[in-house]
Design a protein around this ligand. Structure first.
Ligand SMILES: O=C(O)[C@H]1O[C@H](OP(=O)(O)OP(=O)(O)OC[C@H]2O[C@@H](n3ccc(=O)[nH]c3=O)[C@H](O)[C@@H]2O)[C@H](O)[C@@H](O)[C@@H]1O
Length: 482
């Protein structure tokens, strides 16, 4: 009370110019506390009593009563609550701990030991899993066995980009590079590639997958680039010819730009198709080819020809470290069931006892290499100093008619071999001259056609078991809508 008075007085005195305002403030406060104005002007004892009463009123109204009410409320609320402490003792779910029975106590100890053991085993398992997963592949439907990866010290471990790495050839190359212990980055748009081809590496710390179309630029840091991205089967590359040519031209340009920026060595997967319908056989790298620039195959073979031209232009102009492989007909597990090429079509047809379809008279020839030989050749070329184009193929040459009969016999099929119209611009003979690869890379195919066919037949038998039925793809079987 004294404090209030003196405060009021001090205020009045401290700022004379604001007197009227301060009085007004003081009055309004007083009014709010229910004291008549006259009381103040009366002054003396009466005024002190009033203030004492006011103080007591405030104390009771604002402090004592609320505290009492809150306490009563708490008490009331507590009555409604269960007695937690007692209940939790009753509901103890582990009565063994309380038991005086020695047998039950023993059980409890066993339980505790088991829990401790499980925890240790789980932790141990985690460490083991981590160890195993960082050193090997997981078995999957396309790769039902385990592949061990080597440990490479940092200065030997390369960062290797494989474009088209989830495709048939790309995924086998990825296996080899992974097993050597390198860090592998796959770039793929999954047009013809399949995730299941690389699923066995998805967990591995050395492996990365980037879903990306090479027709768009990409920024990466790599030491080597295997540029494989492009549909290679005639029905696939003819499905969207504009896209095929963009893939070869823009895709290769983007990869060359990347190689230039990061000083990476780049290998282009070119093709025997750059020789067109050849007039010489076998075809050496020095043969310039016989290509129809406006035929249905042109999007692929002319695309690859200009890709080769770009490789050598960048080498000449920018000193790029380049390699060019000309790949001849290749087959093996992980070919797409709808690939439409002759090896997969004949096997799929024969295994289902469906008609085996020869396009043309069957006298055209092809030379077939197994995929592991091609992968070894690509790897040898990449890690060799030779920079001119190199043919990679198996010179073992077959007419398509002979080959159909051979697959029919190997599969013990009751299929009929039938003849359909010849495909436009179909090369009539194809056989690689592999002198360069032998001389420069010390490479030649190791797997016989029969050995390769056996593995491929087993693979497609498993795919068929899973799929039930496969309808083979033929020329012009699929076209994009206009
Ligand atoms: O397998 C490969 O590595 C090569 O395959 C294709 O070249 P191509 O020889 O035309 O491939 P196929 O479609 O397998 O045709 C080979 C021959 O078999 C014939 N064929 C194909 C499929 C079929 O069901 N029946 C059939 O008689 C074709 O008309 C052609 O004469 C690609 O264009 C090449 O880039 C690739 O390197």
């Amino acid at each position: 009370m004294v404090r209030v008075t003196s405060l009021t007085e001090r205020r009045h005195g401290s700022s004379p110019s604001n007197n009227s305002n301060n009085v007004a403030t003081s009055r309004s406060l007083t009014r709010r506390h229910g004291v008549v104005e006259g009381g103040r002007s009366g002054g003396g004892l009466w005024s002190r009593q009033s203030l004492a009463l006011l103080g007591a009123g405030i104390l009771v109204g604002y402090v004592v009563l609320p505290v009492l009410l809150v306490e009563m409320d708490i008490e009331k609320a507590m009555q409604g609550l269960p007695k937690l402490e007692k209940q939790s003792v009753k509901a103890n779910p582990y009565p063994i701990a309380e038991s005086s029975n020695p047998y039950l106590r023993a059980d409890q100890r066993t339980l505790e030991t088991t829990i401790a053991k499980i925890t240790t085993e789980a932790e141990k398992r985690l460490l083991e899993d981590r160890d195993v997963l960082s050193k090997q592949s997981l078995p999957t439907s396309t790769t039902p066995y385990v592949m061990k990866t080597a440990y490479l010290p940092d200065h030997h471990r390369k960062k290797i980009l494989v474009t088209g790495g989830s495709g048939f050839v790309g995924s086998h190359l990825v296996d080899k590079l992974m097993m050597e212990g390198h860090e592998v980055i796959v770039v793929d748009n999954f047009f013809t590639g399949q995730k299941k081809n690389i699923a066995h590496w998805l967990h591995h710390p050395n492996f990365s997958l980037i879903v990306h179309d090479v027709t768009e630029p990409i920024q990466l840091e790599v030491d080597q680039i295997y540029h494989l991205a492009c549909p290679a089967s005639p029905p696939h590359y003819q499905y969207n010819p504009v896209k095929t040519i963009k893939t070869s031209v823009m895709g290769t340009l983007n990869m060359l730009g990347l190689a230039k920026r990061v000083h990476a060595r780049i290998l282009l997967s070119s093709t025997s198709e750059i020789y067109g319908d050849p007039e010489v056989s076998p075809q050496p790298e020095s043969y310039w080819g016989h290509v129809n620039t406006i035929g249905p195959r042109a999007c692929y073979d002319e695309g690859k020809r200009v890709a080769e031209t770009m490789m050598y232009s960048y080498q000449k102009q920018n000193g790029l470290d380049i390699r060019v492989a000309r790949i001849f007909n290749t087959f093996g597990p992980r070919m797409h069931p709808n690939d439409g090429r002759v090896v997969s079509n004949f096997i799929i047809e024969a295994l289902q006892n469906k008609d085996m379809t020869i396009y043309g008279d069957g006298k055209q020839t092809r030379s077939f290499q197994y995929v592991s030989d091609l992968v070894d050749g690509l790897h040898a070329l990449m890690n060799n100093d030779y920079t001119q184009p190199v043919n990679l193929g198996n010179p073992s040459e077959w007419t398509i008619a002979e080959f159909a009969e051979h697959v029919q016999a190997l599969t013990k099929s009751s299929s009929q071999i039938i003849k359909l119209p010849k495909s436009t611009d179909d090369p009539q003979q194809r056989r690689p001259d592999i002198q360069t690869a032998k001389r420069e890379l010390d490479w030649e195919p190791k797997v016989s056609v029969d050995e390769g066919l056996k593995k491929t037949i087993e693979y497609f038998a498993a795919v068929l078991k899973e799929a039930g039925e496969i309808i083979p793809t033929g020329p012009g079987a699929a076209k994009p809508e206009a």
